[in-house]
Design a protein around this ligand. Structure first.
Ligand code: NIG
Ligand code: FE
Length: 413
């Protein structure tokens, strides 16, 4: 049996005896053990406690890691990404610097449509190779579980191609991957004025194959003016549910058009983005079981208002944090920066941000039994920091790489 023993850990953070989704004031409860040890057996957390409970470490036969002055955290659970994509879009980035808006770029056939045009020409092999590189990169940055969406295909063939790439990633990835079907990301240009034929393709042609091949866990819709209306989202969610997919939705990035209310009605697992929220949206979400997934780096990159994390927490909402890794609105999957930005701009406390990016992120992709906390039986997906003075120092020192090691299933990445 392969075992690893971490000893003298300055602070072992995110320790839990039992799983629970954290909402409202509970989000700041990050239980921790000072001067701790943690034993990994066969890739799984087998035991942990304070050093004085550890008897006879000298007789231990496996790999020993002395983690004095270091913190150990659960690896990040990034519950919202689009990391399978054919090409970067830095020319649009430059256009935005010159003053063109994200909505203008979309309206002239750029943005998602630009990626979809490139997707049509990309082979499964090329997509797999570039996405595999991004997956390795985020693992090195401490991500230990990830969700990935389709949505740059927008034809039956290309959407299925993307989902098959996600499946192949999932088959070889050491970290768990969840897959989301986002056929309803935008309309191909020729359906701009007549949405119906495209919605029919999503429902009648894409969904049955996705269900038959088991290609997705979740169904997503981009519910915004100029994209999918509330009613269109409702129809697509209902169709997805008939095929066994749970809704996990893009809402309230640019407009508030009833997406939150509809998502609650549809019993969505999460509503993601939330840059544009009315007081009523905040209250509704706070009283619901739907997780609010905040994507601060998308707001940062597009120079939008940040998500109202404090109001949501005050309203009792369950908040997760994710990277939205994609070529248009967040070309980075670095969850360390997501957590820093959540503290700096959303005014989340370090404990709240870490919980939102670990255990609540795990819930937001149905992986709470596998990852997201230091708990016996969960995967040993862990971040070992460099020597640092305190937990708050981690998000405070934004942009500095404070990771000494990432363990995935107990193995150093
Ligand atoms: O989550 N807003 C919708 N979709 C993506 C961005 C897509 C793109 O610009 O490529 C997002 O931000
Ligand atoms: Fe997104």
């Amino acid at each position: 049996m392969a075992s690893t023993l971490l000893t003298n850990i300055k602070l072992l953070a995110g320790v839990r005896n039992r799983n629970s989704l954290l909402r409202g004031p509970d989000l700041r409860l990050l239980s921790s053990i000072a001067d701790a040890y943690l034993l990994v057996e066969d890739g799984v957390i087998a035991e942990y406690g304070s050093m004085d409970q550890l008897d006879d470490p000298e007789s231990f036969a496996g790999t020993m890691i002395n983690a004095s002055d270091q913190l150990v955290l659960p690896a990040w659970c990034d519950s919202h990404t689009h990391l399978v994509y054919p090409a970067s879009r830095e020319m649009e980035f430059v256009d935005k610097i010159r003053g063109v808006s994200y909505a203008d770029i979309a309206a002239r056939g750029g943005g998602i449509l630009n990626s979809a045009a490139r997707m049509a020409d990309a082979s499964e092999m090329e997509l797999l190779r570039s996405a595999w590189g991004r997956l390795q990169e985020i693992m090195q940055q401490g991500t230990g579980a990830v969700e990935i969406k389709s949505g740059y295909g927008l034809t039956v063939e290309s959407e299925l191609k993307m989902l098959r790439v996600i499946r192949r990633l999932r088959e070889s990835s050491p970290i768990p991957i969840r897959s989301t079907f986002l056929g309803a990301h935008t309309y191909p240009l020729h359906y701009k004025d007549d949405h119906e034929p495209y919605i029919r393709q999503v429902i009648d042609e894409m969904l049955p194959v996705i269900a038959e091949e088991g290609l997705a866990d979740y169904i997503d819709v981009f519910c915004e003016n100029g994209f999918f209306s509330r009613e269109e989202m409702a129809r697509i969610c209902e169709a997805g549910k008939r095929f066994g997919l749970v809704p996990k939705l893009h809402v309230n990035q640019l407009n508030s058009i009833g997406g939150i209310e509809e998502a609650i009605r549809q019993q969505a697992l999460s509503v993601d983005h939330l840059e544009t929220m009315t007081g009523q949206d905040v209250q509704l979400l706070g009283q619901s079981d739907v997780i609010g997934t905040l994507l601060p780096t998308a707001a940062f990159f597009l120079r939008m208002d940040y998500q109202p994390a404090r109001a949501l927490i005050d309203a009792g909402a369950a908040i997760a944090l994710a990277s939205d890794f994609n070529p248009g609105s967040s070309p980075s999957g670095n969850m360390n920066f997501v957590v820093s930005l959540a503290c700096i701009q959303l005014r989340m406390l370090p404990e709240e941000a870490i919980n939102a990016a670990t255990i609540n992120g795990a819930y937001a992709m149905g992986l709470e039994d596998e990852v997201g906390s230091i708990q016996v039986g969960k995967r040993a997906n862990l971040i070992l920091t460099k020597p640092i003075p305190s937990l708050a120092y981690y998000p405070y020192s934004f942009g500095t790489n404070l990771i000494d090691k990432v363990l995935i299933n107990g193995e150093t990445v």
